[in-house]
Design a protein around this ligand. Structure first.
Ligand code: CA
Length: 230
């Protein structure tokens, strides 16, 4: 990233050791960081300068992470800033997800720092989507929304209409975690009654096609939350 401005990551975490470790690792990877120890301070810093990505702990003194997330996602000027929510247990992810805070990704503590770095990079890629005309690009996958053709590397992939809509939804926002309900709304439409297990079936089919020529599985199952690309 030598010619690019340093991406700015805001770390909101009340536990000082975790805040420092994250800051150290992000800076070692070339990111610029600012740090807040509670929700109130985070909102103040964001009002001064919107970061490129926010790593936000769920349990915070004063204003909770959920409330920070909710506020940022309702304001037009901060709505598009990706938020990675940290939570202590996967049951908390369920709860956070259930509250529909609009967080873009969820990472369960204890997390590996390298895993979190990867999530930050994915959100940054998403913030600068690689779109060329009608083409959506994610790593070696290219989707042409006009001709409905999908290629992975040199291989043309044959997708059913539902799998195609699923993949375009994922490719529009790589790294974003979609709940099954959200995917049902986007892909099947709100008015049709479809069981959420149907989503799992079609995700399975999509995975099979995406990996049929030996490529790795680009879809991620997020326990208690849903699915994400990358
Ligand atoms: Ca905390």
């Amino acid at each position: 990233m030598s010619n690019m401005p340093q991406p700015h990551v805001l770390i909101v975490e009340d536990e000082i050791a975790q805040r420092e470790v994250l800051g150290y690792n992000l800076e070692a990877e070339g990111f610029r960081t600012t740090k807040a120890e509670d929700g109130e301070q985070a909102l103040m810093l964001i009002a001064e300068e919107a970061p490129d990505v926010i790593v936000l702990d769920w349990m915070l003194p004063n204003v909770s992470g959920i409330e920070v997330c909710r506020q940022l996602k309702t304001r037009p000027e901060t709505r598009d800033v990706p938020i990675i929510m940290l939570s202590a247990r996967s049951e908390e992810v369920d709860k956070v997800r259930g509250l529909e805070t609009g967080a873009d990704d969820y990472v369960v503590k204890p997390y590996s720092v390298s895993e979190l770095m990867a999530r930050v990079r994915t959100q940054l890629r998403r913030a600068r989507p690689s779109t060329v005309g009608q083409m959506l690009v994610f790593e070696d996958i290219v989707l042409d929304s006009e001709t409905h053709r999908v290629k992975r590397g040199e291989d043309a992939l044959k997708l059913g209409p539902t799998e195609f809509r699923l993949l375009s939804t994922f490719m529009e926002k790589p790294g974003r975690v979609w709940s099954r309900e959200q995917l049902l709304d986007r892909v099947w439409g709100r008015d049709i009654y479809v069981d959420t297990r149907t989503v799992d079936v079609h995700i399975g089919r999509l995975r099979k096609v995406l990996t049929q020529h030996g490529g790795s599985d680009p879809l991620r199952t997020v326990r208690g939350a849903g699915y994400a690309l990358g």
